[in-house]
Design a protein around this ligand. Structure first.
Ligand SMILES: Nc1nc2c(ncn2[C@@H]2O[C@H](COP(=O)(O)OP(=O)(O)OP(=O)(O)O)[C@@H](O)[C@H]2O)c(=O)[nH]1
Ligand SMILES: [K+]
Ligand SMILES: [Mg+2]
Length: 362
């Protein structure tokens, strides 16, 4: 029995009550640690499949993840000018095929990928390479076959979860910093119902962390705390896209369509693809800002597409590489400022539809 199986067996034996809750928390910390070691040891072996290191391009990246033959390539061929081979047999696609979607003035990179199967996280099929690409995406488009069992979604989620991808969840609100000395400083700004300071102490001990500052600002679970300690988690938005709805009943379509983060489509019958694009755009949370020159009106036809949370520095980079070096200040009109215009520095965060005028050094 491998170490992971041993721990899993012990977890199954451990009954869930107050006394064992504690024990379970520590076990989870151990599992997370071994998983990380497993992932890291496999990284050293060169496993980069050809065609998988596609350059990032455009304003955002969307990765198509799903079991074989759910219609990923069919979707890519529908939404972009790129043709990716479509066939009724599984594993038609063997590498990463990029396509480009032009939407609302933004250029979105859509990546078609090989189908993944259960056990992908452990390296079955091309699982590892596919998941590595998923980690680089701004949005995961999880494609599911509406005619198949609903279990497929949970299986895929578990595979992504196992490699530290957190779908549709936000980063836990915790301040965590490893220190050189001073022991453990622990504080919580709210009541913690899932664990206590003693548990935190033991978990950190397990990771050989003896000096740290921990400030917990929300009632998180042990798993979420472990995520914070490991620090290499990816929090990515996921849209569940059920394809082949031409093959199921209207009642079933209705039921699926009401699930959160879900879009139902038929790539072949061209059903609801415009709504899918709308949702991709919405969940990418891209921000459009307009730039203007002194004494001129902004160009409302143009505009720059940037990520949500981007600063004036990002805006400068999007305009021209050298602009930051010559930057004096910027004037901003819009909802991110108190007065219009307001004089701001490079770290100011812009809002949707802001107008920015950069004033350069003389
Ligand atoms: N009925 C129906 N069939 C579809 C639809 N979309 C795709 N298909 C069929 O599903 C099969 C698989 O499509 P692909 O696009 O190759 O699927 P894939 O997910 O890229 O498959 P792999 O690359 O092998 O993982 C093909 O026979 C398609 O014609 C749809 O909306 N309805
Ligand atoms: K296929
Ligand atoms: Mg394919």
């Amino acid at each position: 029995m491998g170490i992971l199986e041993k721990i899993a067996a012990e977890m199954a034996r451990t009954q869930k009550n107050k006394a064992t809750e504690y024990h379970l928390g520590l076990l989870k910390a151990k599992i997370a640690k071994y998983r990380t070691q497993l992932l890291e040891s496999s990284k050293t072996k060169s496993e980069k499949g050809e065609g998988f290191d596609v350059m990032k391009s455009g304003d955002a990246r969307v990765a198509l993840i799903g079991f074989p033959s759910v219609g990923k390539s069919t979707l890519l061929s529908k939404l972009t000018k790129t043709e990716s081979a479509v066939a009724s047999y599984e594993f038609t696609t063997l590498t990463c095929i990029p396509g480009k979607i032009e939407y609302n003035g933004a250029s979105i990179q859509l990546l078609d990928l090989p189908g993944i199967i259960e056990g992908a996280a452990q390296g079955k099929g091309r699982g590892k390479q596919v998941i590595a690409v998923a980690r680089t995406a701004d949005l995961v488009l999880m494609m599911l076959d509406a005619t198949k069992s609903h279990q497929q979604r949970a299986l895929l989620e578990a595979e992504l979860e196992a490699v530290g991808i957190r779908l549709n969840r936000k980063r836990p609100n915790v301040y965590f910093k490893v220190k050189k000395g001073g022991g453990l400083s622990f504080n919580a700004t709210c009541k913690l119902t899932h664990f206590n300071e003693k548990m935190v102490y033991h978990i950190l001990h397990d990771y050989k962390i003896f000096n740290a500052e921990v400030l917990i600002r929300e009632d998180i679970t042990v798993d979420e705390f472990i995520d914070v300690v490991l620090g290499n988690r990816k929090y990515i938005t996921c849209i569940y896209c059920y394809n082949k709805i031409d093959q199921i009943t209207i009642e079933e379509v209705d039921r699926l369509a009401r699930e959160p983060y879900t879009v139902v489509v038929s790539c072949e019958a061209d059903l609801n693809l415009d709504y899918l694009l709308e949702q991709i755009w919405k969940h990418l949370n891209l921000v459009r800002v307009y730039t203007k020159k002194r004494g001129e009106y902004p160009d409302f036809d143009g505009g720059l597409i940037i990520r949500n949370g981007a600063t004036i520095e990002h805006v400068c980079h999007a305009v021209h590489r050298s602009l930051v070096d010559n930057f004096r200040f910027a004037l901003v009109w819009g909802t991110s400022t108190k007065h219009n215009p307001q004089r701001v520095g490079l770290t100011h965060i812009v809002n949707q539809e802001d107008v920015v005028q950069v004033v350069k050094k003389k």
